[in-house]
Design a protein around this ligand. Sequence first.
Ligand SMILES: [Zn+2]
Length: 680
Amino acid sequence: MADKQPPVAPRRRVLVIGWDAADWAILNPLLDAGRMPHLARLVAAGVVGNLASLAPCLSPLLWTSVATGKTADKHGILGFVEASAEGMGTVPAQSHSRRCKALWNLLGEHGLQSCVIAWPVSDPAEAISGVYVSERLLETLVERPEQRAALPAGCVYPERLTPFVAALRLHPGELTAADLEPLLPSSAEIDVRQDPRPARLARHYARCVTVHAVATAAMAAEPWDFFAVYYEMLDRVGHDFMPYRAPLLAGVSAEDQQRYGGVVEAVYEFHDALLGRLVELAGAETTVILLSDHGFQAGARRPPYRPRAAAGVAADGADWHRPLGVLALRGPGLKCDERLYGASLLDITPTVLALFGLPVGLDMDGRVLLGAFAAAPTVTTVASWEDGPWPRQPAAAATDVEARAVAVRQLVALGYLAADAAVGSAAALTAQREALFNLATVHLHHGRPATALPLFERLCELEPYLARYEIARLHALSRLGRQAEVLAHDARLQAQGLGGANLDLLAASALAASGQEARALARLEQAAEREPDNPVVPLVTGSHHQGRGRTDLAAACYRRALALDPTQAEAHSGLAQLALDRADFESALEHALASLREVFWNPSAQYRLGRALEGLGEMPRARLAYEHALSQAPDFGQARYRLAALLEQAGDLLGAHAQRQIAFGFAPANPVTGEGRHTA
Ligand SMILES: [Zn+2]
């Protein structure tokens, strides 16, 4: 593969910066106001887009998918915590629980040096070719500075760097009110004995500064080809302070909003300054990839406000996550000032491999982001990177039980874990169940309901009448077309008082499928009464009406969904179909594009775009849309048929034989770009 590459190359270097939970909805107004100059430069000189997140939307799973190019059923990291070895409690998810190689392992096999700083699920440190600082570094910043623990074994690799890293830690107790002032202008007026929020901000800040200090020092002092650094602060500050951001959320006092409403923006600006320093140190020839694992609800879709005193009762942390993250790339050979559509977290590892001229594993779930390259790179593949030896750093002995307990307690405080999920043998069992639930969720969302169903059934047996497990089982049954069972479970759950909008929607679709239209409509109405602000309710209702030819009602529902949440891609896609039905191709085009701007990976929206473009006589663009639909869903018969028809009309260069192959579905998935390897 190497001899096919043109002789370019001063040595390629790649810097990956992870900003947990960064969201364009917050970034864009700050960029427009000139408040993030470093990001503005990155955007102007590079390629930007949405980055599709994955389900379940939980950071440890997502960042491990970023670093491996694989979904969680393959990489094996299935939660924030796992049962401890003794089974008497939980510990943060461990790096040695990852079942496949990460980028730093792959690059090391080819003589490339990596620096990995505080990446999620990085404890204990792995012995890699380069430098590796585990996230446990941050758990050594315990409550009081004088209690500051020495860095335990297994935290830093190579060990010679341990004292150097230890000395760079900033303890929250070393901060004064004045230090926090840029983030919290009124910090000096707040009585911190009454109000714990400044101390929480100080803790997030100290952890962030510590990561940045270690990252910049390592970047300057150590050789590297690949550098990955992870900043958690935007997510943590989001959980603690997003409720105070304007517009005023019910239950938030005007005083709190006045005091804390600007914290989120200030922390974004702070991250821009950190970005500036990283990019400067890395040098202009380094490829920079900035990304987040998901977005964060910042406006009307924020969950209801819960004062801190009530926190820890229920784990609703992930309810704040939005399924679209951010992506910005800049570097030699990449496009400049362009939009990139259709990227997913899974694409980062294949893209970094392509940047280094290394082959992409065919067992990876992502693909190379070819749209980011000015000239298409030569992409090679290998069946799997997992073959061959993989010497792993043995797990460090659990000598620092306290640091791990601190980490688990913080997950509770953030709402990622229920309070009773932290300690004791019951917590260990909960962790195992949640891992199973997350695994089943991955299968369900990747088009494998038959694999997911037995897992959900086991969970419902282990913990009967837990709404989350029950509803997930019904989703799997519904996807398998087993509507009679959905209805039987619906009756059982309602009898137990477990009704809700989710159950109504599932029951409505089962009732409709079994011809009970009046009862289906009644359940849809019930869902709307229960959750009038949930955009999914009018979305599902609109699709129901559309399927029965009630186009005016369907259109009204889709518009209602968009009024509740303008980013509802499926509502735009539904409106596109309604416009196609009345041959209004202009409007269909507008809605299909609006849908794909939000979520590019949507075969039926791609198909509708193709139909609209055909109606407007734009055949080459229509053909591209059908090609996208087919690359996303290779079994999409209508798209295949329309594409073949277009090619035939055009008397395309492809011979009649190739056209027939496309029409009948025999055209192979492209092994080079990986197109066609996604499942619907
Ligand atoms: Zn996250």
